[in-house]
Design a protein around this ligand. Structure first.
Ligand code: NAD
Length: 320
C-alpha cells in the first residue's frame, strides 16, 4: 500500500511504516496536481501537516483514499466530516507535541523574569559601550520558584505545562471550563515518580491569584483575556499565549503592558497570523516566537511514529 506524506514525515515514521510493509513517498506534490498524483500512484494514505489542503473536491476525486492523516493537532485544512461521511478515516496526533509547547512556555517565562526578551535586543546595539548601564537595567530579575502559575485550559498542553511548573517549584493552579480535577504523574530521570492532584478553580480566582498566566484553550469565538480579565490580574503579572491568536485581546494586552499591569508577555500565537500587528512585534516587553510551539525534532518524531501506529491499526482492522 502506498503512503504519500505530502508535507513530510520524520525518518522514524517512515521506518515504522516501511517495516509494516507500506511504501512511503515524501515528494511534495503541488496542490493542483495532487488529485492526479494520488490516483496515478494509487495512494491509499495521504499524510499532511498544515500546508496541504484536503477539501471535498479531492475527497470526491480520489476514491482510493483510505486514510487522511494530519501530523499535529488542528485539522482546519481538512474537510474532516465530509471525508468521514465517505468512509475515509481521518486521524491526527494531538498529544505528540504537548511537551514541546509546554517547554516553549517556560522558555518565554524564564526569559521574561530575567528580561532576556529585551537584553537580546539591546546587547547587540549597546553591549560593548553601555555594558554597566544594561547590567543595572536588568538587575531586578525574579525567580519562578515559589511563584504562582495559573494555567487556563487544563488539557494536554496545560497539564504538561503544570508538570514543568511543579518541577521548577511553582505553586500551580488551573482553570478549565470542563475539567474539574486532574491527577498528574511526574517521572524523573532515575525512575522515581511523584503524583499530584490538582482541582481546577474558577477563572476569576485564578486571574487574581497568579503571578504568571499561561493559556492553553482551543480557538474561541470571544477573547478569554480581555480588559475585564486584565483588570482582575495582579500588577506586574507575566502572560504567555502559546494557544491560539484571538484568545487574548492584543490591543488590551499592549495597553496593559504600557500601564504596568502586565510586566511582560510571551507570544507564540497572534491574532493576525501570519502578519502580526506591528504594535505587538515592536513592543519591547513582549517575548516573541513565530508559532513554533510544536516545532521540535522530538515532537516530529513522535508525530511520525504515532501516525504509523494508527495507520497500521486501522488498515489491519479494515482487512479483518
Ligand atoms: N503554539 C503551538 O505551536 C501549538 C501547538 C499545539 C497546540 N496549540 C494550541 O494549544 C491549545 C491547547 O491544546 P491541547 O492539546 O492542550 O488541547 P486540549 O483539548 O487537550 O485542552 C484544551 C482544554 O481547554 C479547555 N477549554 C476549552 N474552552 C475553554 C474555556 N473557554 N475556558 C477554559 N477552558 C477551556 C478544554 O476543556 C480542555 O481541557 C490549542 O489551542 C492548540 O491549538 C498550540
Amino acid at each position: 500500500m502506498n503512503v504519500l506524506a505530502n508535507d513530510g514525515i520524520s525518518n522514524s515514521g517512515i521506518k515504522a511504516l516501511e517495516q509494516a510493509g507500506f511504501s512511503v513517498s515524501t515528494t511534495t506534490v503541488a496542490q493542483e496536481q495532487l488529485i492526479n498524483h494520488i490516483n496515478q500512484k494509487d495512494i491509499s494514505v495521504l499524510l499532511v501537516r498544515s500546508a496541504t489542503k484536503v477539501r471535498k473536491d479531492l475527497i470526491d476525486a480520489c476514491s482510493g483514499l483510505k486514510i487522511i492523516g494530519r501530523g499535529g493537532v488542528g485539522m482546519d485544512n481538512i474537510d474532516v466530516e465530509y471525508a468521514r461521511s465517505k468512509g475515509i478515516h481521518v486521524i491526527n496526533t494531538p498529544a505528540a507535541s504537548s511537551h514541546s509547547v509546554a517547554e516553549l512556555v517556560f522558555a518565554h517565562l524564564f526569559g521574561g523574569v530575567r528580561f532576556l526578551y529585551d537584553s537580546n535586543r539591546n546587547m547587540p546595539l549597546d553591549g560593548d559601550t553601555k555594558f554597566k548601564a544594561l547590567k543595572k537595567n536588568y538587575a531586578k530579575g525574579i525567580e519562578l520558584k515559589g511563584k504562582t502559575l495559573g494555567i487556563i485550559g487544563f488539557g494536554r498542553i496545560g497539564q504538561e505545562t503544570a508538570k514543568i511548573g511543579i518541577g521548577v517549584g511553582m505553586n500551580v493552579i488551573a482553570s478549565d471550563m470542563y475539567v474539574d480535577e486532574v491527577n498528574l504523574e511526574l517521572e524523573f530521570f532515575d525512575g522515581q515518580k511523584a503524583k499530584f492532584n490538582i482541582k481546577t478553580i474558577p477563572m476569576n480566582d485564578l486571574l487574581k491569584q497568579s503571578d504568571f498566566i499561561s493559556l492553553h484553550v482551543p480557538a474561541q469565538n470571544d477573547y478569554i483575556i480581555d480588559k475585564a480579565q486584565f483588570d482582575l490580574m495582579k500588577d506586574g503579572v507575566g502572560l504567555v499565549n502559546a494557544a491560539r491568536g484571538g484568545v487574548v485581546n492584543e490591543v488590551e494586552l499592549v495597553k496593559a503592558l504600557e500601564n504596568g499591569k502586565v510586566a511582560f508577555a510571551g507570544l507564540d500565537t497572534f491574532e493576525s497570523e501570519p502578519t502580526p500587528a506591528i504594535q505587538v512585534l515592536m513592543n519591547g516587553r513582549i517575548s516573541l516566537s513565530p508559532h513554533i510551539g510544536a516545532a521540535t525534532n522530538e515532537a516530529q518524531d513522535r508525530i511520525g511514529v504515532e501516525l504509523a501506529i494508527q495507520i497500521k491499526d486501522l488498515l489491519l482492522v479494515d482487512k479483518s
